[in-house]
Design a protein around this ligand. Structure first.
Ligand SMILES: [Zn+2]
Length: 408
């Protein structure tokens, strides 16, 4: 089998799939606006949304195409093997590290001008950007370092497990990757402290109402923190971090400023609904299944030395293995598995909304969701195909319909 042609075909499929998604996204602006969300944007903001959405999708097509072409050149001319050849041949770790370094450095070099344009030109033009040149560069450097460390850690785990256990790596790799992912979500508060500052929520009406709501449902949280998201963006959000019932709740400062205490309580009641239905646990189980599939893929890859010799290597290179496994993951597994995961996730969102209605916050939730959509310039009429393929949340219009039905 011609493994080089096969791998290049897979890279082409990833690019074509992303192209398709972005074309559908661009065409969404032509869809009629559902009546129950017609008041989210005024005429001027709606025009702004259309322009923003169009510009983002066109730009995403350009970015994806440029990185596709460069990746294709790196692979077609065996440049990964050539670069690894500069490092000691018999040191498996350095050989792996060389490939990861080239891959990460090239993608950072391509992405920096593109993210600069996206943040400083497009986001700026539509009034989202708050980043200064200093924050931007600091973020790029931190992202590069974190990404290097994580990819090297994954490659190192793959190498150590394969060297020690041979074919048993399927299961061990799956378990270790799951632990790593759990570890990352556990360490997420630590990571986010590298990028943002957190302050405890001030005493007052909001804190009292939220605490009462949580206590009523026997829900304990470690802390409620406000994050200085306004340093970077005018967009807004809220999330839970941590495990079990000892969670930390993080609110964007932009959320606290733009919503009433009752609307924020509605958002909380929704998040609590996720907790009560153990949605995080279910997500973690689905992650484990996906990791098991990746384990099988890693096993198949490492059993096939021809995959490496086709690209100029003399034998298995663990860094290159990671690149191949991740490509198949992004090209085939994630989109296909995503269909199922997103379907589950959309159902979970309806259930979490129902919890907010049960707490008596139906109207406030609708108001809060409309404000969130407005602030984030969300697509109010995405093509149904796009929703099925990529949306982890139902559309705003679908959610409002469901909430209104429950309220009756
Ligand atoms: Zn949710």
């Amino acid at each position: 089998m011609d493994f080089k042609a096969l791998a290049l075909a897979i890279f082409t499929i990833v690019w074509l799939y992303n192209l398709l998604l972005n074309v559908i996204r661009m065409r969404s602006a032509k869809n009629p606006l559902p009546a129950n969300v017609s008041d989210v944007y005024d005429a001027e903001t709606y025009r702004k949304w259309k322009a923003y959405n169009g510009e983002k999708s066109r730009f995403a097509i350009v970015t994806a195409t440029v990185s596709f072409v460069i990746e294709l050149v790196l692979l077609a001319f065996n440049l990964y093997a050539a670069f690894a050849g500069l490092f000691p041949k018999d040191d498996l770790f350095l050989q792996m590290f060389a490939v990861i370094l080239l891959s990460e450095a090239v993608s950072a070099l391509i992405m920096i001008p593109f993210s600069w344009y996206e943040t400083m030109v497009i986001e700026e033009k539509y009034g989202f950007n708050k980043s200064t040149a200093k924050t931007f560069w600091a973020d790029q450097v931190k992202q590069f370092i974190i990404s290097m460390i994580l990819t090297t850690a994954i490659g190192g785990i793959l190498m150590a497990v394969h060297q020690a256990l041979g074919d048993w790596l399927i299961l061990a790799f799956a378990v270790l990757m799951t632990l790593l992912i759990l570890g990352i979500s556990f360490l997420y508060p630590v990571f986010s402290k590298i990028f943002n500052k957190f302050k405890p929520l001030e005493d007052g009406e909001l804190k009292d109402k939220v605490t009462a709501l949580l206590e009523k449902n026997g829900y304990k949280v470690r802390a409620i923190k406000v994050m200085d998201a306004s340093r970077r963006t005018t967009k807004t959000n809220a999330y839970f971090t941590g495990f079990g019932k000892m969670k930390t709740i993080v609110l964007y400062d932009t959320l606290v400023e733009s919503m009433s205490p009752d609307e924020i309580c509605a958002v909380f009641a929704h998040e609590m609904g996720h907790g009560l239905h153990r949605d995080t646990l279910k997500n973690q189980i689905m992650t484990f299944i996906q990791m098991a599939i990746l384990g099988v893929l890693a096993w198949l890859t490492l059993r096939t030395p021809e995959l490496f010799t086709a690209f100029g290597f003399t034998g298995v290179n663990y860094g290159f293995a990671i690149i191949l496994i991740m490509s198949v993951e992004f090209a085939l597994i994630a989109p296909l598995y995503g269909l199922l995961v997103n379907w589950f996730s959309r159902r979970a969102e309806y259930r979490a909304d129902a919890q907010a209605v049960k707490e008596g916050y139906g109207d406030e939730l609708i108001a809060a969701l409309k404000k969130l959509s407005n602030k984030n310039l969300s697509d109010l009429s995405p093509s149904p195909l796009l929703v099925k393929l990529t949306y982890s949340h139902p559309t705003l219009s679908q959610r409002i319909d469901a909430i209104e039905k429950l309220k009756q």
